[in-house]
Design a protein around this ligand. Structure first.
Ligand SMILES: NC(=O)c1ccc[n+]([C@@H]2O[C@H](COP(=O)([O-])OP(=O)(O)OC[C@H]3O[C@@H](n4cnc5c(N)ncnc54)[C@H](O)[C@@H]3O)[C@@H](O)[C@H]2O)c1
Length: 265
């Protein structure tokens, strides 16, 4: 079977739970979906790329799990609300959310126009607001749950040629902390993952776009920072940990997944 990650940790807490993932069709979202499914969770996958989402669903079904895909532009409120309502009708209350959908734009700040600004803020920030707003309201009523939001090392550190992206990832990190501040009394934990370069469509395009501007992030450049590229499964394992009972007193953090890059420089 295609690219099915082998779980490195075993959890009993996901058995029979409903996990909703925005951007779960590909990359880290897909890897997390497959790991959650192998721990007995039922998956709702919301993604712009329905075909890829459906492929992920089919792999989960072949593994003997339960999953369903929705074609959703997560930056459009009506689509988010419609799909989440249907997902809850289908699989029951949401126990865990992985808010992952996002894009990157690489280029000098002075070359960015309002359209570039609007697009990345809609997909990275507005979508996280729309999805999390809907899900926390539901979790507050249903007794709680856990949320993992995808930020980035760019959420705390400014990288040249990624100003708009850095801004959006800082916003998603602050959204995570705000969710924690406001909803921990409702038994909701919200944490973020802050990865460096990960081998996904997004990460590889980012590396290509940097190279096109004369800033190569080839293996030797990665060697000086994160030593090697992160695999999507390595980030996905962190998602499961943060969502699990093993992280029961971890709330409002951004977990850096960078093999020490930010620690050393
Ligand atoms: N790959 C990296 O190097 C890296 C590093 C740090 C953070 N991130 C974050 O990870 C996310 C990108 O994920 P990935 O690296 O797994 O790449 P990816 O491109 O493989 O996955 C992103 C998923 O989001 C979906 N998506 C995009 N726009 C959407 C929208 N409007 N509505 C619904 N779904 C949408 C895509 O179809 C895709 O399935 C972003 O939030 C990005 O900031 C990536």
């Amino acid at each position: 079977m295609n690219n099915v990650p082998v779980p490195r940790a075993q959890y009993k807490c996901f058995e029979g739970t409903h996990v909703l993932i925005s951007g779960g069709a590909k990359g880290m979202g897909r890897a997390a979906a497959l790991l959650f499914a192998q721990q007995g969770a039922r998956l709702s996958i919301l993604d712009l790329d329905y075909e890829a989402a459906q492929e992920t669903v089919e792999v989960i079904l072949e593994l003997g799990g339960a999953a369903k895909a929705w074609a959703v532009d997560a930056s459009i409120a009506a689509q988010v609300e419609g799909a989440i309502s249907e997902a809850v009708e289908h699989f029951g209350k949401i126990d865990h959310l992985f808010n992952h959908a996002g894009i990157v734009t690489v280029g000098p700040l002075h070359s960015m126009n309002e359209e570039d600004f609007q697009k990345i803020f809609d997909i990275n920030v507005k979508s996280a607001f729309l999805v999390c707003r809907n899900v926390v309201a539901r979790m507050s009523e249903s007794g709680g749950g856990t949320i993992v939001v995808t930020s980035s090392i760019s959420g705390e550190r400014a990288f040249a040629l990624e100003a708009l992206y850095n801004m959006t990832k800082a916003a998603t990190l602050m959204l995570t902390k705000s969710l924690c501040a406001e909803y921990r009394v409702k038994n909701i934990r919200a944490n973020a993952i802050c990865p460096a370069f990960v081998r996904t469509q997004h990460g590889l395009k980012e590396i290509e776009d940097f190279a096109a501007l004369g800033h190569p992030w080839d293996d030797s450049a990665l060697k000086d920072t994160q030593l090697r590229i992160c695999e999507p499964e390595e980030a996905a394992e962190a998602v499961l940990f943060l969502a699990s009972d093993a992280a029961s007193f971890i709330n409002g953090v951004g977990l850096t997944i960078d093999n020490g890059w930010c620690a050393i420089g």
